[in-house]
Design a protein around this ligand. Structure first.
Ligand SMILES: *Cc1c(COP(=O)(O)O)cnc(C)c1O
Length: 372
């Protein structure tokens, strides 16, 4: 048993082996294309530094993708040496750190490029950038009709070196989507025009990698898939890609409750007869969402039960009827126990959420325990 577990009764277990299997399987799918691993938002809740180290040490990725500068700083401070691309917006004040840390970042407008150029002139330094092009997400990215003038500006400026060009897919979670096909052809035709440049062209998120091989281009950026989840919730049984994360806790209290008594805040659950009730030490402060009240599934001694009443900030209860379950028993909230399984997809949907959001909401209070 891992040391941290002694100090906190709920935790996240992560399998390094399964994570690396996922990365290998993605490599196989993408052939010669480079692999940019999104590790933004604490590596989708799995732990930024640890997951990045696993990936880098195994030599399975070419780039790390982060949303913000602070995440890139944390990676470099931890000794991560691979190229890093910051997807999100950059403020001029951050340029100096970006340059010192050897981090590439995104340019998505002429306006931003000019601010950055001013700063580069001041520091007398050249920036490595990826240009983000709008092809259908309508989030950030230069419009296709302005892209030529932006390329011209960046190539003429002494302060920039264009390293890549990318865009983001909006509806790639299912195969054969027309909008996605449009985005791909728009991107493809732009790439055709500039094919003599040595730029890295990248478009595919998890859905793009799985369902649109023509979207792989020179690099891919699958986040959710790398952590073991399919973007449409399907579970491909012959596939080696599988979740590498489990959420567990230890029963912290056991009692017998008489018939017709309300459990937890607001008494939204009432006992129907005398019954056994356990308390589980995880709550909405840990990202175990309140919307799971009366719904959260859990595994105890190989049986499946459901939360009784409201999920509190730090704990919740479950009615286990006449089954056995005592203080110290291990409870699985996401993952496998005996022949039973609770999937992240199942819990996310019950919570009115999606795997991306559920994962990144898992609180800092939960220790991450890394198994080989
Ligand atoms: C988050 C993100 C990704 C990864 O998306 P998934 O759906 O997790 O595969 C790829 N590219 C960009 C720009 C992102 O922000």
């Amino acid at each position: 048993m891992h040391a941290v577990q002694k100090f906190h009764p709920a935790w996240i277990e992560i399998s390094r082996t399964q994570f690396l299997k996922n990365l290998q399987a993605i490599r196989k799918k993408i052939g010669q294309a480079r692999f940019c691993l999104p590790v933004k938002a604490n590596a989708y809740g799995h732990g930024l530094i640890q997951m990045s180290r696993f990936a880098e040490e195994a030599g399975l990725i070419d780039y790390f993708g982060v949303a913000y500068l602070n995440e890139a700083i944390a990676l470099r401070q931890a000794g991560i040496q691979s190229p890093i691309l910051v997807f999100g917006a950059i403020h001029e004040d951050q340029i100096e750190s970006l340059l010192n840390l050897q981090v590439s970042f995104t340019i998505s407008s002429r306006y931003k490029a000019e601010r950055v150029a001013t700063k580069c002139r001041e520091l007398n330094k050249v920036c490595r950038v990826h240009v983000e092009v709008e092809t259908g997400m309508q989030r950030t990215g230069v419009r296709p009709d302005s892209v030529h003038s932006l390329f011209n500006y960046l190539e003429a400026s002494p302060w920039f070196r264009i390293e890549g060009v990318y865009s983001h897919l909006a509806t790639a979670d299912t195969p054969d989507d027309l909008g996605t096909q449009k985005q791909i052809s728009l991107f493809q035709s732009l790439r055709e025009e500039f094919k003599h440049r040595e730029w890295i062209w990248h478009l595919a998120n998890s859905g793009g990698v799985l369902y649109y091989p023509q979207a792989h281009f020179d690099m891919v950026r699958p986040g959710l898939l790398a952590y073991g989840y399919y973007p449409d919730g399907s579970q491909n049984t012959e596939e080696v890609i599988a979740p590498c994360l489990e959420l567990k806790a230890k029963v912290s209290y056991f009692k017998v409750v008489a018939s017709d008594l309300g459990i937890s805040y607001g008494h939204l659950y009432k006992t129907k007869q005398q019954t056994r009730v356990i308390t589980i030490p995880i709550g909405h402060a840990d990202g175990y969402r309140r919307s799971l009240s009366n719904k959260a599934p859990l595994l105890l001694r190989g049986n499946k039960f459901v939360a009784a009443g409201v999920i509190c900030m730090d704990q919740f209860m479950a009615d286990i009827g006449q089954f056995e379950g005592y203080v110290g028993d291990e409870v699985v909230l996401i993952g496998k126990q005996k022949d039973q399984e609770i999937t992240l997809w199942e819990v996310s949907l019950l919570a009115g959420s999606i795997p991306h959001e559920f994962l990144v909401s898992l609180g800092e209070r939960l220790p991450r325990i890394y198994r080989s």
